[in-house]
Design a protein around this ligand. Structure first.
Ligand code: ATP
Ligand code: MG
Length: 430
């Protein structure tokens, strides 16, 4: 696109005609000078010549280039297009021996720079109008100017064609921008829609787990109470190898039942968060513990080492716990998929407090994500997994959640392993 000046190319083998153009088009620039206009008004009164009215208050600053031959003009056009500094208008002579004629040059220029407008300057003896149209095909964007031409006519053409060119470029820019904005909005909507589907699924899971937790809690309490009573009763009797073994087994039952009670409590907490859709203060470590309850068994079964390093002080975070839990789960599930078949299998979760943010880092033993994949991972529905294995929404939804918490969600491409960094402000605006 032009840098704002009007870039005009004059193609004529006659040097004196090139000079005429220079004078005509440079004079229009001078006439736009307010001081010149004032002087002109003093000299000629209110009704000065029509040309000074026409250019009054219009700052014209043409950048003129000249060529004596059609081929040279074509090269200039190619060069200008390469630099994205197109010519808005070309004034093209027809006969320019020994090179190609202006009509041939114009037809080639139209292919290289379709937006450049061409004024064919021909004498009476040159091609007939019909011949020129036949040679150029569609005459749109081509203007014919009969030689010898009028100064005002040339100035008017230069002005109106370069203005037209600039308006068309602005319009083109806005249309392209509009397309980009519409695409971004459509993508945002798709993520928001899927996010609400996902949170509906999560909410359903929350309701289901609340019911399940309630149903399991009662018999579990009964198991715990009964086991503890039997342990007490056994303690009253004299210790034999048999009572010793039964007591040991019962203690195992109590310990397992207590573990189950902890899981059930976590499920209850999770469903409670989903129901009241508000932000709350919670320790980030407890969110991680919650997330691990859902997937730890997979890691154990697949012999994946898991390390959690909590370097926070208070670790307190104002957030939507179920949503942050969902983000951590998405990251852990992705890590699991990436490394489950590798020989070296580990996942590390690091928790830090940096300024007013809580940072959650998930690193896995994978070797990072290849650049061509990495640039797409946040795009909704992008997945490298087989059909039925992944929807390609985990990361885009996670990013959406963290954006809503005014945080950042990034893949660290500088680390030798696959490392995701999530930063969330410790407090949220009221
Ligand atoms: N830890 C990781 N290691 C390697 N590649 C990863 C990792 N995390 C994400 N990716 C890549 O990013 C892609 C997009 O991840 P995303 O979580 O958005 O979708 P998905 O896991 O394919 O499907 P789902 O919707 O079930 O999460 C994955 O298909 C994978 O190619
Ligand atoms: Mg995923």
């Amino acid at each position: 696109m032009s840098s704002g000046n009007d870039n005009i190319l004059i193609v004529d083998d006659n040097i004196s005609i090139q000079d005429d153009f220079r004078k005509i088009l440079n004079s229009s620039a001078q006439e736009s000078d307010p001081k010149m206009n004032e002087l002109e008004q003093q000299l000629f009164g209110e009704t000065s010549s029509s040309e000074s009215h026409f250019f009054n208050n219009k700052q014209i600053n043409y950048r003129l280039s000249f060529s004596s031959q059609g081929n040279e003009a074509i090269e200039k056009i190619i060069e200008a297009e390469k630099k994205a500094d197109s010519f808005s208008v070309v004034f093209m002579d027809v006969r320019m021996p020994p090179g190609i004629d202006g009509i041939e040059a114009a037809s080639q220029i139209r292919k290289i720079a379709p937006h450049t407008q061409i004024v064919i300057c021909s004498a009476y003896s040159d091609y007939s109008w019909e011949d020129m149209v036949k040679k150029l095909g569609n005459p749109e964007g081509i203007i014919f100017l009969k030689k010898p031409f009028d100064k005002i006519e040339v100035q008017q053409l230069a002005l109106s064609l370069s203005e037209k060119w600039k308006t068309a470029r602005k319009l083109e820019y806005h249309i392209n921008n509009l397309e980009k904005i519409v695409k971004e909005k459509v993508d945002e909507l798709a993520v928001a829609q899927m996010q609400s589907v996902e949170s509906a699924k999560f909410a359903a899971l929350g309701i289901m787990s609340a019911g399940l937790a309630h149903e399991l809690n009662t018999p579990l309490c009964a198991i715990l109470i009964a086991s503890e009573q039997v342990i007490e009763k056994l303690a009253d009797d004299a210790e034999t190898p048999k009572t010793k073994l039964v007591s040991k087994l019962l203690k195992q039952i109590v310990s397992m039942a207590e573990k189950m009670a902890t899981i059930i409590k976590a499920f209850r907490g999770y469903s409670r968060n989903e129901k009241n859709d508000s932000y709350e203060f919670i320790n980030v470590k407890s969110i991680i513990d919650n997330a691990l309850l859902f997937c730890e068994h997979k890691f154990v079964e697949n012999k994946i080492e898991l390390h959690v390093e909590n370097r926070t002080q208070s670790g307190e975070l104002n957030c939507h716990p179920a949503q942050i839990c969902q983000v951590v789960l998405n990251l852990l599930n992705n890590s699991f998929d990436a490394i489950k078949n590798q020989t070296e299998k580990w996942i590390k979760i690091e928790l830090d407090e940096i300024d007013n943010n809580i940072q959650i880092v998930v690193i896995d033993s994978g070797q990072g994500i290849p650049e061509h994949v990495a640039k797409n991972i946040m795009v909704p529905f992008y997945t490298t997994k087989e059909v039925g294995q992944g929807t390609g929404l985990g990361l885009s939804i996670s990013k959406g959640i963290i954006d809503q918490h005014r945080g950042t969600f990034q893949l660290d491409t500088t680390h030798p392993n696959t490392r995701f960094v999530v930063k969330i402000p410790k407090t949220q605006p009221l």
